[in-house]
Design a protein around this ligand. Structure first.
Ligand SMILES: [Zn+2]
Length: 438
């Protein structure tokens, strides 16, 4: 590719250099000086995720002139039970991988491939979870670009980057560019931590799973998915094979798979497989290569604009670009408001409407399904009192009896009382609530 470009007399960087060296209406002479150009060459950028979006992002960043890129891939591929390695099913869209790469770590293979194709770029791979790094690690980058399929990982990096901001130190503010796709839909967001709405402020945009009518599940299933949902919602509840469903536990998925398969056979339905069971239970939506390409392209354009000031980026005014290819093509870019009761970047406790006759268990269960919370292992404290703690085991045991007490009568909670909720998935966060009775 490089050879062909040179032969035709056009260097690979000609157009990019033109953008970088030409002063436009949005920047100053100093932005296109030799010093500024040299700074850009030293910009260190972190990519999180080396899957469908990540492959596109790495390629685009390298071809946008970023020379020092790190990539973390920690195995968010929802189909994978082990740390995320390349699967044969990835090859249709994760174009940096070849058949010989099956079983290898994505971050490593992707880094090597792009380094080979784009001379002068250095890509450092990390095969681990983002949670394994501390703030010092994240502090070395000027920007973070996420191509993730996990809400939990997004929330974690968002909370980390917001917590890192030190008003005295401008370099502590790391723009977060977040791409996401779901089938034909996608979005690009840019967060300037503490200054603009964060990912947590926008959490309720992730709608909880699409529902199949319960009567279809219970009476006449027509599709393999209905049998899986039946096993997931009805059979699990009736038989309670394990205390609570862990969607990442192969034993639990196997139980659901066997139940669903038996039901499918009863109704003459084919197509129930282990991976479909996993997909339905975890609400996995198929990835489409071109949606990934569109979203990754917009993420990388934002990175280039932020790094060069060549044009205004998403962020301070409009911060959210949504793309939908579901019904023809539609895109819209809008301003999302910062939430003053956001658990990550807000200042005040959020009102929480509860039924005073609920037990504490019912309250805690509701935290996993509430769109703006999505907490799986919540612990809860009221002013001066521990109501329930998941860890350590000794405290769990001491507080367990509270689970069956009602909020008002049993625990003495009342309107305007403040409660604080934590979850091991987000060690940096405390969700503060002011109780309201429904
Ligand atoms: Zn926020």
């Amino acid at each position: 590719m490089a050879a062909a470009a040179t032969e035709s007399g056009v260097s690979r960087w000609q157009y990019l250099d033109h953008i970088r060296r030409t002063r436009g209406p949005f920047n100053q002479d100093s932005d296109v000086s030799e010093e500024a150009l040299a700074t850009l060459d030293k910009t260190k950028i972190l990519v999180i995720g080396a899957g469908g979006l990540g492959c596109e992002i790495l390629k685009n960043l390298a071809l946008s002139g970023f020379k020092d890129i790190h990539v973390i891939d920690m195995g968010t591929n929802s189909y994978a039970l082990a740390p995320d390695t390349i699967d044969i099913s990835n090859l249709n869209r994760q174009f940096l991988f070849r058949k010989d790469d099956v079983g290898k770590f994505k971050a490593e293979v992707a880094a090597k491939f792009v380094e080979k194709r784009v001379q002068g770029v250095k890509i450092t791979p990390h095969n681990c979870r983002i949670q394994e790094f501390d703030e010092d690690f994240y502090m070395q980058f000027q920007m973070v670009v996420c191509g993730l399929d996990s809400i939990e990982a997004r929330r974690w990096i968002n909370a980390t980057l917001v917590n890192m901001v030190d008003m005295e130190n401008q370099d502590s503010l790391k723009p977060l560019i977040d791409g996401g796709t779901e089938g034909f839909k996608g979005q690009t967001r840019v967060v300037f931590p503490t200054l603009t709405p964060c990912i947590e402020c926008q959490l309720d945009l992730y709608t909880p799973r699409a529902a199949v009518p319960l009567c279809t599940l219970a009476t006449i299933p027509r599709q393999p998915e209905h049998c899986i949902e039946w096993a997931h919602i009805i059979a699990w509840d009736q038989e309670k094979p394990f205390p609570s469903l862990d969607k990442d536990d192969p034993e639990h998925i196997t139980w659901l798979y066997r139940k669903a398969l038996a039901r499918a056979q009863e109704f003459g339905i084919t197509g129930v497989t282990y991976s479909l069971t996993q997909g339905v239970v975890k609400n996995i939506i198929p990835a489409i290569a071109s949606t990934n390409a569109i979203i990754a392209a917009s993420c990388c354009n934002e990175a280039l604009k932020i790094a060069t000031t060549a044009a205004p980026s998403l962020g301070f005014e409009e911060s959210y670009m949504m793309y939908s290819g579901d019904d023809s093509i539609y895109t819209n870019t809008f301003k999302y408001e910062k939430k003053e009761d956001c658990a990550v970047c807000g200042e005040v406790a959020k009102p929480l409407e509860v039924n005073p006759n609920w037990t504490l268990r019912e309250l805690l269960d509701s935290f996993s399904t509430k769109a703006d919370l999505q907490l799986k292992k919540p612990s809860i404290r009221a002013e001066g009192k521990t109501l329930y703690m998941q860890f350590p085991p000794s405290i769990e045991e001491q507080t367990r009896s509270n689970l069956d007490k009602t909020l008002k009568e049993g625990l003495g909670l009342d309107v305007n009382h403040e409660v604080a909720v934590t979850d091991p998935a987000f060690p940096a966060l405390t969700f503060r609530f002011i109780l309201r009775f429904a």
